[in-house]
Design a protein around this ligand. Structure first.
Ligand code: AP5
Ligand code: ZN
Length: 207
């Protein structure tokens, strides 16, 4: 299974990725998680990315494409992969297409903007794994504690309301055009075109 999870910030991509990757035994390639790991490790990439991420902007296409290219070389990608938060711009999608990286599905999680601010303000994450919880909608078994490791949960630096609003406008301008990009491609006879599916993201996590 090879797929892209598409959707605005806070749509639940990371949350659903945990179920899908377990079901199919495939790795989650989350460029956001990879960048947060680089920030934490203070690598040159992390130092460069941090300012952009905290402001809610996008890291440069060249950096991201290099990061994903390296990740796909690893042996766990043989069985398939789930892209979460990538591609996020037309040039990123074009790079994936030009490299002939096979794709079966593009799955769009549809969530209206009004719901997103509430989701982000209650989000707590386990930094080492990227697991994400919500104080009200998806609480951990013990408050502020990761279910699997027992380690503390933290708030993401980019989940402040004004940053979230900026991330939403960046999504509208730079990422939402990918909906049309992949729908149009899916409607052609190209055998390489992934099928396109829209999923209502407003139900409970299990739904
Ligand atoms: P990234 O980490 O990819 O952030 P994002 O796309 O903005 O998405 P989020 O992780 O915020 O949301 P999500 O859809 O995963 O939602 P979640 O499951 O956590 O990117 C961060 C930054 O890195 C970017 O801003 C950019 O700077 C940079 N970056 C990353 N990739 C890049 C790229 N390709 N190019 C350039 N720059 C890049 O859920 C959200 C909350 O809602 C949680 O609290 C969750 O518990 C809750 N929730 C989930 N599902 C439900 C539900 N059904 N009902 C109620 N609550 C729910
Ligand atoms: Zn995420």
């Amino acid at each position: 299974m090879r797929l892209i999870l598409l959707g605005p910030p806070g749509a639940g991509k990371g949350t659903q990725a945990a179920f899908i990757t377990e079901k199919f035994g495939i790795p989650q390639i989350s460029t956001g998680d990879m960048l947060r790991a680089a920030v934490k490790a203070q690598t040159p990439l992390g130092i460069e990315a941090k300012k952009v991420m905290d402001a809610g902007g996008l890291v440069s296409d060249d950096l991201i494409i290099g990061l994903v290219r390296d990740r796909l070389q690893q042996p766990d990608c043989q069985k398939g992969y789930l892209f979460d938060g990538f591609p996020r711009t037309i040039p990123q999608a074009d790079a994936l297409k030009a490299a002939e990286i096979p794709l079966d599905f593009v799955v769009e999680l549809v969530v209206p903007e009004e719901s997103i601010i509430e989701r982000m303000s209650g989000r707590r994450i386990h930094p080492a794994s990227g697991r994400s919880y919500h104080v009200k909608f998806n609480p951990p078994k013990v408050a502020d504690t990761d279910d699997v490791t027992g380690e503390p949960l933290v708030q993401r630096d980019d989940d402040r309301e004004e940053t979230v609003r900026h991330r939403l406008s960046v999504y509208r301008e730079q990422t939402r055009p990918l909906v049309d990009y992949y729908q149009t491609w899916a409607a052609t006879n190209d055998p390489a075109a992934p099928a396109y599916r829209q999923i209502e993201g407003l139900g409970t996590v299990e739904e």
